[in-house]
Design a protein around this ligand. Structure first.
Ligand code: FE2
Length: 380
């Protein structure tokens, strides 16, 4: 079946010199298992991640001020790094600059462990927060400690996923474009699985210990109102928490190119469903996560499992696994690139990856339907 969504080609990115008198960023190649050439609609020959390392004239020592000044300078020249990111989806910064930038007291403002789930748990590729109305535009990961085996962070392109899905499961893309998704997210007073959040962590920042139930609920509802989604985000209190239902767009628009991107966690959702059904080692966590979020077509009908399986199969074919080295920083444009986490062997403490999420433009709808509109959260 043909779909009416456009397929605008992206203009090839003109290579710019990423340089500043005291420091430049050099592109370098990663092993072929850790880097790949993106398929359409990315310009031919676009690698992901784009791997960069600092170099200084005469190998002069680097200092933090120079690094910061260089990044500021490059951004002032027309957002050079941001544009690179929009083309490649993910940038890798490797070598000593990284240690300087991030290897400070670890829990600095807006730096937190990437995910506390047990090491056996597969967190399959997803854009950050597609199941709720507020998603960050940029995701930074810093690798502080890498396990010997496993623990990679996958990278795949949502633009490429859209294109492939449109060719291979056009009915799915048509339905998602037409209906969006209905995302039911359950929050409970108690943590629902290792690595999950509590209601208070999610919406309770204004709650104080002395608040009674009515006051707590009012404060949670005030936070939900910040999504500003009118009838497209509703909620229902339960005996031990709350269930939010969001109607959201799954096909979104990349700013600048206008290209459609499949902004979704549906393949991860499918993998969780499979893991919890299979009784795998990580099944308790998987079924916990599966119960937290339910993803349906926007009209409330289920998305056929074979379509979800197709998204996972395509993602397997288009993803690379980033093998961490201590000090690496991976920067994701959340509109273009999906991330996740592979399981690892050894101890839980063998892998330490920190994350920082940054707001920017909320990935917008590829449609003018009222339910498809997502906006920056209101202050409060
Ligand atoms: Fe994530």
């Amino acid at each position: 079946m043909a779909t009416t969504l456009e397929q605008t080609p992206i203009r090839p990115f003109e290579s710019e010199k990423i340089a500043f008198p005291l420091l430049s960023f050099e592109q370098f190649d990663l092993p072929s298992s850790n880097q790949r050439i993106l398929g359409p609609p990315h310009p031919e020959g676009t690698v992901t991640p784009l791997a960069l390392r600092p170099s200084t004239p005469n190998d002069a020592a680097l200092d933090l001020d120079t690094v910061i000044e260089t990044v500021r300078y490059l951004q002032a020249q027309g957002d050079i790094l941001t544009k690179k990111l929009a083309v490649h989806g993910t940038l890798l910064f490797r070598d000593e600059i990284i240690g300087i930038v991030v290897d400070r007291p670890l829990l600095a403002p807006n730096v937190a462990p990437a995910n506390e789930s047990p090491k056996e748990v597969l967190i399959y590729n997803h854009n950050e927060s597609p199941q709720v109305p507020h998603a960050p535009e940029y995701v930074f990961f810093y690798g502080h400690k890498a396990p010997e085996k496993g623990g990679e962070t996958p990278i795949s392109s949502s633009l490429e996923l859209f294109r492939r899905a449109q060719q291979e499961v056009p009915e799915l893309v048509d339905e998602l474009a037409k209906k969006g998704i209905l995302s039911k997210v359950t929050y409970k007073t108690e943590r629902q699985y290792a690595g999950g959040s509590t209601l208070r962590q999610a919406f309770g920042k204004a709650i104080e210990d002395g608040d009674d139930e009515a006051a707590r609920r009012a404060k949670v509802e005030a936070q939900i109102a910040r999504y500003a989604r009118g009838p497209h985000t509703t909620w229902e209190w339960t005996s031990d928490g709350i269930v939010l239902t969001h109607r959201l767009p799954a096909v979104r628009t990349q700013p600048g190119t206008g290209l459609p991107t499949l902004f979704t966690g549906l393949a991860a959702y499918y993998k969780n469903t499979r893991a919890s059904a299979a009784g795998a080692a990580a099944s308790a966590s998987a079924s916990g996560r599966k119960n937290v979020t339910q993803q349906l077509y926007g009209d409330g009908t289920p998305i056929p499992e074979e379509y979800l399986a197709a998204l996972a199969r395509i993602t397997d074919e288009i993803r690379v696994l980033h093998k961490w080295q201590r000090g690496d920083v991976l920067v994701y444009d959340n509109i273009v690139a999906q991330h996740g986490r592979e399981p690892w062997q050894g101890e839980q403490s063998d892998r330490v990856v920190m994350a920082s999420l940054f707001d920017g433009q909320v990935p917008g709808a590829y449609s003018s339907e009222d339910w498809a509109q997502v906006v920056q959260a209101l202050d409060g």
